[in-house]
Design a protein around this ligand. Structure first.
Ligand code: GAR
Length: 212
């Protein structure tokens, strides 16, 4: 069974969707640890409720970024973590972790990458005036939201949307595609060729257009 480690900075609703997918049997995986950079993250409460170990590791307690991400990599390796999930982890991950988990770190981003990377992807979409946005699960590389794209879901953007209303619409899709991407990985159906992620056993699986 796939052992995963989750990194989250806040509310942790994506973390919860993964927990729920495991509980329902949709996803055959085990969450070995939650690591957070934020001692006030609600994700910690969620971990407690489900008897998942949580670790608070704050960057300011480390000499530099390399030391911070080396420690995270070590904690994950120690627990046998095979796949790292960034579920609202609001930092650009350091090379020390990426090198240890090349093409084994997945992030969820609330926009259709490569549009609107970085913070507030939903607000960027509203402000730009696009008519379609969505969310992306991708592998993490050294760039900011630049890694190979695994799966995307699209949602409409209405003229009277605010950051909050669009975020809510996108979040519903996040909660579907993130567990789904992890499931594909756990089934050994994902391979990476350069920038392209190949989903074995069905082209349609790589594109979920699923408006509410
Ligand atoms: C989610 O919308 C996720 O896509 C976004 O943060 C939110 C976390 O919510 N991530 C990013 O913006 C990463 N650049 P959650 O804590 O409830 O899962």
């Amino acid at each position: 069974m796939l052992t995963i480690g989750v990194l989250a900075s806040g509310r942790g609703s994506n973390f919860q969707s993964i927990i729920d997918s495991i509980d329902s049997g949709f996803l055959k995986a085990k969450i070995a640890v939650l690591i957070t950079d934020n001692p006030d993250a609600y994700a910690i409460e969620r971990a407690k409720k489900h008897n998942i170990e949580s670790l608070v590791l704050k960057p300011k307690d480390f000499t530099d970024k390399n030391a911070y991400y080396s420690c995270i990599a070590e904690e994950l390796k120690m627990r046998g973590v095979e796949l790292v999930i960034l579920a609202g982890f609001m930092r650009v991950v350091g090379k020390a972790l990426i090198d240890q988990y090349r093409n084994k770190i997945m992030n969820i981003h609330p926009a259709l990458l490569p549009s609107f990377p970085g913070l507030h992807g939903q607000k960027q979409a509203v402000d730009y005036g696009v008519k379609i946005s969505g969310c992306t699960v991708h592998f993490v590389d050294e760039g900011m939201d630049t890694g190979a794209i695994i799966i995307q879901a699209a949602v409409p953007v209405y003229h009277d949307d605010t950051e909050d209303t669009l975020s809510e619409r996108i979040l519903k899709q996040e909660h579907k595609i993130f567990p789904y991407a992890i499931r594909l990985y756990s089934e050994g159906r994902i391979s990476v060729e350069g920038r392209k992620v190949i989903i074995k056993g069905g082209r349609e699986d790589s594109l979920l257009i699923n408006p509410p």
